[in-house]
Design a protein. Structure first.
Ligand code: G6P
Length: 613
């Protein structure tokens, strides 16, 4: 989604802003822009398309010395919501005087009413955006103190915002504020960087301040002063990012997605390390360190999430039911938040979110808190809003995930959910022996995944047979059903092949009508309970001419024989088997997309972190 970078410091703001925007490219966007202060004026450059187009534009239009001398500026990558991704709709937007520039993430919901009021006062708007309305509103409120003007304007808006504001009249500061859209301030040595995502900050400093909702900050090169919207000072700690700049680079791989697939053995080892207890046959999760008694009183697990995180929850559902013997449900977060869910203090709500910023998941967390549920988060991004608001949770420690298509976050989510279910289970009916068996299987996940990754070349060969397909159907049963859903999601989002995931039993209730000679069916038929039924469904597909690519367990020759071609994954406990199986499908999707020359890391229309509803 949209990205913000702001810089105030020693010099070369344009170059620093462009580098920051590049770091945010992975979030998904369709236009970009920046504004710097030069010679007492706000100077703006914008372009539709990529940051590279913006760079070219600024190089053409701006004098060279602006690049070396301008020392304060704000920049933005826009993911279109109000109006198409054109240059004029790109941020920054200026106020009526042209002296104030604004970049904005989020949505100003009452922008139409505000725009009409401002137009009646003679304001003229150039774009279709809600952001330009806010820029004009700030200008209208400005009586010589840009901080106060932003406060006053924000009191008048409804909706969500993460913003950075620059005024030519007060060149020593950037004003930044947030409500529902993240802002992180990096505190450097004689320079301060603002960003919507820490990955734009890591090259400068590890010391950051996370703004909370309704915080507004006066950011100078050597100070950060935070207040609330009523101008009352608030205290926010400086935190250590603990992120490595190299982790956010491609490191020799053609795509971030491929790098992140290959990082999975290590990411999973990080997610699992020190969290299994082989004496008790349980897990040790600091974020779940509530008393066993309190945990045993929870009667229901409700997982909420979106996209890939939702699929991880669906695997978790099997784990909680089987290992913990507790009712478990998974809800799409947007559905959950608006459905007025029935919740109480015995419900254990787990918010699953890689980024920790997804708007619907965050709203679901607030709803669950409101209703008195026991709420925990499962996030990857340390210090993210969901992680902070839940107050208790388990981090994935998977390292930064840059590719829009989530891979290592998914497998780490599943691994952590398995450990959570194990812990909950051991406080109930799960025996030490079975707990131990599951713990050992979880411990072997990195090795199982490494074995699948070794087959990347073989999977790339198989992928050639699917490059020309326009439709594909993924099927599975039990815990392999969410794996099929995730496999279909991976393929469709990066290769643009229409892919659907179905429960294998559901095929007969409609989708089978779509099968004709050669239709590809990707069947997750690992040797786990329900496999024989899946094999039966495969036969039904074959009888109608479908072409079957099977994901089968090593050594299961009978299953392999049912397939036209297959990928083998190592044998393991049936819940754990979901992880190597999905890795095979990640590689399959990657290789098909690569052969189709797709923009793998930034697929069209998609965003890494969806901070609007
Ligand atoms: C976007 C991303 C997906 C992700 C989903 C939920 O749609 O493209 O990869 O699964 O958001 O994101 P979250 O950060 O909450 O896991």
């Amino acid at each position: 989604m949209c990205g913000i970078v702001g810089y105030i410091g020693k010099a070369e703001a344009p170059n620093i802003l462009i580098k920051g925007l590049r770091r945010l490219e992975y979030r998904g966007y369709d236009s970009a822009g920046m504004a710097v202060l030069d010679g007492g004026r706000v100077e703006v450059a914008k372009a539709a398309g990529k940051v590279a187009a913006l760079t070219e534009k600024a190089r053409e239009e701006w004098p060279e010395e602006r690049f070396s001398k301008a020392s304060v500026g704000i920049a933005h990558t826009r993911w279109a919501t109000h109006g198409p991704p054109t240059e004029v709709n790109a941020h920054p937007h200026l106020d009526q005087s042209g002296q104030i520039a604004l970049v904005h993430n989020g949505i100003i919901e009452n922008y139409r009413a505000l725009r009409a009021r401002l137009e009646a006062k003679g304001h003229q708007f150039l774009s279709e955006t809600d952001t330009e309305v806010l820029a004009h509103l700030i200008g209208e409120c400005d009586k010589g103190d840009i901080f106060q003007a932003v406060c006053d304007a924000l009191h008048k808006v409804e909706g969500t915002f993460g913003i950075a504001v620059l005024s030519a009249r007060e060149p020593d500061r950037i004003i930044t504020a947030r409500r529902g859209s993240p802002i992180v301030v990096g505190v450097g040595d004689g320079e301060t960087i603002i960003a919507s995502d820490a990955s734009a900050i890591i090259a400068h400093t590890q010391r950051v301040i996370y703004l909370d909702d309704n915080d507004i900050a006066i950011v100078k090169s050597d100070s950060v002063e935070i207040r609330d919207l009523n101008n009352v000072p608030v205290n926010r700690e400086i935190a250590e990012l603990g992120l490595d700049a190299e982790a956010a680079e491609k490191g020799g791989y053609d795509h971030f997605m491929l790098k992140e697939i290959h990082e999975q053995p290590e990411a999973l080892a990080n997610a699992i390390r020190g969290r299994l207890d082989f004496n008790l046959g349980s897990s040790v999760l600091a974020g779940m360190s509530t008393s066993p008694r309190e945990l045993s009183e929870l009667t229901r697990v409700v997982m909420v999430g979106c996209g890939t995180s939702l699929h991880a929850g669906l695997v978790g559902e099997y784990a909680f039911e089987e290992l913990a013997g507790v009712n478990a449900e998974v809800e799409q977060a947007a559905e959950f938040r608006y459905r007025n869910p029935i919740l109480g203090c015995k419900d254990f709500v787990i918010a699953i979110s890689q980024s920790g910023e997804t708007a619907d998941t965050l709203a679901a967390v607030r709803e669950a808190h409101q209703k008195g549920a026991f709420v925990m988060s499962l996030c990857n991004v340390v210090g993210s809003t969901i992680a902070r608001e839940t107050g208790r949770g388990v981090y994935l420690h998977a390292g930064p995930e840059i590719s829009v298509a989530s891979t290592k976050a998914f497998t780490s989510q599943v691994a952590v959910l398995l450990m959570m279910a194990l812990k909950l289970g051991r406080g109930r009916r799960l025996s030490r022996e079975y707990g131990l068996e599951v713990a050992q299987a979880i411990a072997s996940i990195p090795e199982l995944v490494a074995k699948v990754i070794e087959q990347s070349d073989h999977i790339a060969e198989l992928a050639k047979n699917y490059v020309k397909d326009e439709h594909a159907y993924f099927i599975g049963r039990g815990p392999m059903y969410p794996v099929a859903l995730e496999g279909a999601l991976k393929l469709k989002e990066i290769s643009y092949i229409h892919a659907e995931g179905y429960h294998a039993a559901e095929l007969k209730h409609g989708p089978i009508a779509l099968l004709t000679e050669g239709t590809p069916i990707i069947a997750v038929a690992c040797d786990v309970p329900g496999k024989d039924k899946t094999l039966g469904n495969i036969e039904e597909c074959r009888a109608r001419g479908a072409r079957i690519l099977g994901i089968v367990t090593e050594g299961d020759d009978a299953a392999a024989e049912c397939m036209d071609e297959f990928i083998q994954v190592p044998a393991t406990h049936h819940l754990v088997a979901t992880v190597p199986a999905v890795v095979a499908l990640q590689l399959f999707a990657y290789h098909v997309a690569r052969l189709r020359d797709c923009e793998i890391d930034q697929p069209r229309n998609l965003a890494k972190s969806v901070t609007v509803e």
